[in-house]
Design a protein around this ligand. Structure first.
Ligand code: IPE
Ligand code: MG
Length: 227
């Protein structure tokens, strides 16, 4: 979700207002995806690298995260959304951690949209954690037994379908340490739209573009057309 700061700067507003508007965009996108019947939506809210931002901005982002967890969980629950936070939550305040647990347990049995919020998340962290988890579960296995399938069972979002579509807003065309393992075959959609301006029609545009692509998964176009 990129472009909050630029959205604010263009209007001569503090960056934080951009983040607040970004939260409104999150609400729009979550309810639209929910209505469309999207199975799983993962939003990159805060990366392992975002701690490098000025302290004041980090503090304000944490405040917004806490407020969103407290205020939005009721509506998510009503809409049958299952909320999960992925990332290393140990770096967050105890209050945030407690609210994450509350929000997750309250929505755990919901069977609608699975909403994953990546917070203090990094794709490389995810892969390293998966190796550690595998080793913990298989303390007597040699590392040579670790294969793609086994590792894939221990990364974040294991059990959910691999992402079909990545949308990056704000004109940047890079993955920035997002779901690097899970996105091996994901289709990418880049848009100059700044995240606070992202709305229902932006989602529809991305899905339309996705629907017009041919996914070959290593095969030839003729092979794909014949099945
Ligand atoms: C939001 O956009 C991303 C967050 C880390 C919350 P940015 O804050 O990166 O916005 P720009 O790139 O400065 O416009
Ligand atoms: Mg940015």
């Amino acid at each position: 979700m990129d472009g909050n700061g630029r959205w604010a700067k263009k209007r001569l507003l503090p960056r934080f207002i951009g983040h607040q508007k970004g939260l409104n965009a999150v609400k729009r996108v979550v309810s639209h995806c929910s209505e469309l019947g999207v199975r799983s939506l993962t939003l990159f809210a805060f990366s392992t690298e975002n701690w490098r931002r000025p302290e004041d901005e980090v503090n304000k982002l944490m405040g917004l995260f806490l407020k969103a967890l407290q205020r939005e969980v009721g509506k998510l629950d009503e809409n049958n959304v299952k909320l999960q936070i992925i990332g290393d939550r140990s770096a967050f305040s105890e209050e945030i951690q407690a609210n994450i647990e509350l929000a997750e347990s309250r929505t755990a049995d919901n069977v609608g949209l699975v909403l994953n919020i990546a917070a203090n998340y990094g794709g490389r962290w995810d892969v390293v954690e998966a190796v550690k988890k595998w080793q913990e579960k298989n303390p007597h296995s040699p590392i040579s037994e670790l294969d793609e399938q086994a590792l894939g069972q221990h990364v974040c979002l294991a059990g959910l379908p691999e992402p079909d579509l990545l949308i990056r807003t704000g004109g940047e065309q890079r993955i920035s340490n997002f779901l690097i393992w899970q996105m091996a075959y994901t289709e990418f959609f880049f848009t100059p739209t700044l995240w606070p301006d992202f709305d229902e029609s932006s989602i529809d545009e991305a899905i339309l573009s996705f629907s017009q692509r041919e996914r070959r998964f290593g095969k030839t176009g003729d092979q794909v057309k014949s099945c």
